[in-house]
Design a protein around this ligand. Structure first.
Ligand SMILES: C[S@@+](CC[C@H](N)C(=O)[O-])C[C@H]1O[C@@H](n2cnc3c(N)ncnc32)[C@H](O)[C@@H]1O
Length: 295
């Protein structure tokens, strides 16, 4: 087999070395702002992690706040949102292509709406994985409040955010995330898929769409279907099944009678979270939430 060799000067080698070392030092953080994202609850979640576990599973990954903090040696992430999972796969396998594509975007209202409305056009289904990933990341950085919302036809419908300098290309962070994602299994799947995957000693962190506190604060529709009460029951049953196999789980959900009742056989801790979930972004403040564990 013929191997191509590239000759670098000593100076170039030094530069490459510095770049590599620098990338090692970069702490990877979530590259998306996601509704229900757990940055505000991270400290509490970290406190409630078990002392030891084997593999780390996050089946409602969203923006992956805990995943990127834990940086597991073996990780499994999944979600039912195909655009989101496509983006994770592209960061995993073709981060350079993604960065080149991101460089082409413009932060203008006209350009934003052209790109936003692309999923309403016939040709969108022929876009490459990189083009779709680049579009999602661009929209997330430039749309109002980093929201992710679909209309009833499944089209992204958040308005332009009018930010002066949105950080559309955080190259070093994307590269660091790519390194982590290369050791991670990524799956477009509903949460039930972890039942077959997780084994004794593994940890599963569940962050489902929350049981609504009341009708006005309700935000359970992340992707097409609502995460209704039946889904919440199915999730509790999955927790029972994992527990009987010796799988560890941690779960976050709203501080409601429904959740307290569903998980009454487990350890239920009340924690404070700083939340902004409604579409105007003004529903902020410290509210109680629940962290549930089986250890
Ligand atoms: C509360 S968010 C997760 C936020 C995430 N922990 C973070 O830090 O950004 C819930 C996620 O569950 C996903 N989801 C909704 N229904 C699902 C299902 N049946 N199976 C898997 N994921 C689902 C949504 O697409 C959304 O990304």
């Amino acid at each position: 087999m013929k191997t191509d060799t590239i000759a670098f000067t000593v100076k170039e080698q030094l530069e490459l070395y510095k770049v590599e070392k620098n990338f090692e030092k970069v702490v990877c953080t979530p590259f998306l702002k996601w509704p229900g994202g757990k940055r505000q609850l991270l400290r509490e979640l970290l406190k409630h992690l078990p002392k030891g576990y084997n593999r780390f599973f996050e089946p409602f990954v969203g923006g992956g706040a805990l995943f990127f903090r834990v940086k597991p040696e073996y990780g499994y992430i999944s979600d039912i949102n195909p655009d989101l999972i496509n983006l994770y796969e592209v960061v995993q396998n073709n981060v350079e292509g993604l960065i080149i594509s991101l460089e082409q975007h413009k932060n203008t209202e006209k350009y934003f709406y052209e790109l936003r409305n692309a999923d309403r056009r016939e040709d969108y289904k022929y876009w490459s994985k990189v083009e779709k990933a680049s579009r999602l990341l661009y929209l997330n950085k430039t749309c109002f409040n980093g929201l992710y919302r679909m209309n009833s036809d499944g089209h992204f419908n958040v308005p332009f955010g009018f930010y002066k300098n949105p950080n559309i290309i955080d190259e070093q962070n994307l590269m660091a995330c790519s390194t982590l994602l290369k050791k991670t299994e990524i799956s477009l799947a509903s949460f039930e898929a972890v039942k077959k995957k997780a084994r004794k000693g593994d940890l599963v962190y569940f962050d489902p769409p929350y049981v609504p506190l009341n009708k006005t604060s309700s935000f359970t529709k992340y992707y097409k279907d609502d995460f209704d009460l039946d889904a919440q029951f199915a999730l509790r049953e999955l927790c029972d099944s994992l527990s009987s196999k010796g799988v560890l789980f941690m779960l976050s959900n709203s501080y409601t009678e429904t959740v307290k009742d569903l998980y009454k056989n487990y350890n239920v801790k009340i924690v404070k979270a700083n939340r902004a979930i409604n579409c105007k972004g003004d529903g902020r403040g410290k509210i109680n939430e629940l962290i549930i564990t089986n250890y």
